[in-house]
Write a protein that binds this ligand. Sequence first.
Ligand code: MLT
Length: 267
Amino acid sequence: MPKAKINGVELFWEEAGSGDDVLLMLHGFPLDHTMWLDQMAHFSKLGWRVIAPDQRGYGQSSHDPTEDNTMDLLAQDAAALLDYLGVKKAVVMGLSMGGYVTFAFYRQFPEKVRALILANTKAEPDAPVARENRYKLREVVRQQGSTAARDVMLPAMFSPELHQSGGTLLDNLEAIMVRTRPTAIISTLPGLAERRDVVPDLPGIGVPTLVIHGELDQLMPVENARRMAQANPQARFVGVPGAGHMSNLENSAFFNRAVEEFLAGLK
Ligand code: MLT
């Protein structure tokens, strides 16, 4: 399994497929690259070289627990990983926190970006109450561990129907959250709380952009994503029916088809 020393930490990533068409996938919080396994299998079969890192502290990647995981730093890791792998340009796809990192990636390394896929994410910063809640959660995670983050996050990750019926998707996501190190969560919460407002950046994004969003997202309303797409003439919006926040998991067939169509337009 590949791992390399990147920006002072051991970064782990998984790869599938080969060639010059590269799709970089950035996971959400508090998750790891395994949330993308279905997409890795799908897009590598379609001729894409798919690269899915565990961002610092998550999954099998290490981190420095005294350092905050800012969105800029996570983006710098992803860019350095592409350099390490000899990749000059990639389509960058991020879901939720992965989307915040995608914005930070584009702002710092526009020359490395072929196109953007913004899945279930938003451009606005945290409102004051949300910011305060992040710091409160950080204290609870310090005392109780990762299950405290699971208790707050998990109930909002899928559609209400899926939460009611339960099942493998819910169990698998819970397993990722629970195995995530508390120190990664503790380092990332300030990075999430203090992330910048990228709404003013939206009109200036100069690459093809797909905004894709579960129509039943309970964390980030779909109307918000629609507005985000409207802010840029190069952006296209697709709503994923029957899916909540983790739209790539809850309706993977629809999600994959929409991303596939978008990617086909780039070749
Ligand atoms: C995520 O899914 O990555 C998180 O919900 C992002 C956030 O808490 O803002």
